[in-house]
Ligand binder design. Structure first.
Ligand code: AMP
Length: 112
């Protein structure tokens, strides 16, 4: 059995506050939100980080990027949103399963 937290969430072994799901990705609310809206988009395929993305993942990566604006709009983020991908220890990554943070609303942290 996988020891990866996000794999367990994808498998339904650990509950999440699900926003969207299709055959390739799961989107759920971050458990410790840093903004009014703070979602995590994770691929169902276990990829450790951006460092481990291969050319075979190009369609998946394109799918994820193209989905983000649609999900942001559905969350009411009409004026825009911020995405963050922490990569590796030096990039502040804590969960080693690739994920895209989607943030929006009035209290956006950092990078003003
Ligand atoms: P990162 O630093 O990019 O690896 O961020 C990991 C994110 O996962 C953090 O924002 C955490 O708050 C979030 N997180 C950790 N555990 C859970 C969980 N069980 N459900 C939802 N989000 C989580």
């Amino acid at each position: 059995m996988s020891e990866c937290l996000f794999c367990k969430i994808i498998a339904g072994e650990i509950p999440s506050d699900k926003i969207y799901e299709d055959e390739q990705v799961l989107v759920f609310n971050d458990i410790n939100p840093k903004a009014d809206v703070h979602l995590l988009m994770v691929p169902k395929k276990h990829i450790v980080s951006l460092n481990e993305v291969g050319t075979e993942d190009d369609p998946l990566m394109a799918h994820m990027l193209r989905l983000l604006p649609e999900i942001a709009k559905n969350q009411g983020l009409k004026d825009g949103f911020r995405t963050i991908i922490n990569t590796g220890q030096g990039g502040g990554q804590i969960i080693f399963h690739l994920h895209i943070h989607l943030l929006g609303g009035s209290k956006l942290p950092g990078f003003d």
